[in-house]
Ligand binder design. Structure first.
Ligand code: KIV
Ligand code: NA
Length: 270
């Protein structure tokens, strides 16, 4: 499995692949397909828990899913996404919450939605042995601040702000950086300037790697952002299978003899 050091050294050499996963069977499939990094995203709130945003997702929610993914993963680097307000409020709480993902659930690193408030925290985590993946550009935990999910870094001032934060987090010891929904030329510039790998989502082709929400990538999501690409139609496949099941039960064709056990000895019942 790539360690955080190996992942770091992939910058500018070979493209890094990253997908989310939230449960054991999906993690197995993603891992067997040789994806480098599995992110247990707080996007679990949208994909699996029925929330509209990631704001309500708790540490317990993410921890439960990290455990499931880590138990099913042999090779990929498992990264736990720290949910809204689980970090950056109080340092001791931040370290305890992040530490739990490694100590109790089997993650190898955490991801933080970053800002000026996570520079020192990143340094502290790294000093303590908690590897940090930074995340800049669109940070969905700010949905209430943004009033939606607008592209970031579109003017010079905001682009500079993001670039400076990227540098600061590299200096603080982050081993990689997710860039979400920023112009491709800004992502390319940041990728050029940084030594650590950038992993883009809606950030153009010039990052060191790419990440998607697995439900979007395989076509399980009901809705997905315009920057995601569907590489399959899992939703359609599942619907077809479920419809076939309903039809088979209703028509009496399932269970057939193949699916039935031999008759038991009911002598004593009579
Ligand atoms: O939660 C998530 O899935 C993420 C990725 C989209 C980077 O943060
Ligand atoms: Na996330």
């Amino acid at each position: 499995m790539p360690t955080v050091r190996e992942l770091r050294s992939m910058a500018g050499t070979e493209p890094i692949t990253m997908l989310t996963a939230y449960d054991a069977p999906t993690a197995e499939i993603v891992d067997e397909a040789d994806v480098d990094v599995i992110l247990v995203g707080d996007s679990v709130g949208n994909t699996s828990l029925g929330y509209e945003t990631t704001v309500p997702v708790t540490v317990d929610d993410v921890a439960r899913h990290v455990g499931a993914v880590a138990r099913a993963t042999e090779d990929a680097l498992v990264v736990a996404d720290m949910p809204f307000l689980s970090f950056g409020v109080d340092e001791a709480d931040s370290l305890e919450n992040a530490g739990r993902m490694l100590k109790e659930e089997g993650a190898a690193a955490v991801k933080l939605e970053c800002g000026p408030h996570t520079v020192e925290l990143t340094e502290k985590m790294v000093q303590l042995g908690i590897p940090v993946m930074a995340h800049l550009g669109l940070t969905p935990q700010h949905v209430n601040q943004y009033g939606g999910y607008p592209r970031q870094g579109t003017d010079r001032e905001d682009a500079e702000r993001i670039l400076e934060l990227a540098r600061a987090h590299e200096d603080a010891g982050a081993f990689s950086l997710v860039l979400e929904h920023v112009p491709a030329n800004l992502a390319a510039e940041i990728t050029d300037v940084l030594g650590i790998p950038t992993i883009g989502i809606g950030a153009g082709p010039d990052c060191d790697g790419q990440v998607l929400v697995v439900d979007d990538a395989v076509g399980l999501s009901e809705w997905s952002p315009s920057f995601a690409k569907q590489f399959g139609d899992v939703r359609g496949e599942m619907r077809a299978a479920v419809e076939e099941y309903v039809e088979a039960v209703e028509s009496g064709s399932f269970p057939a003899e193949d699916h039935s056990h031999e008759e038991g000895d009911l002598d004593e019942l009579y």
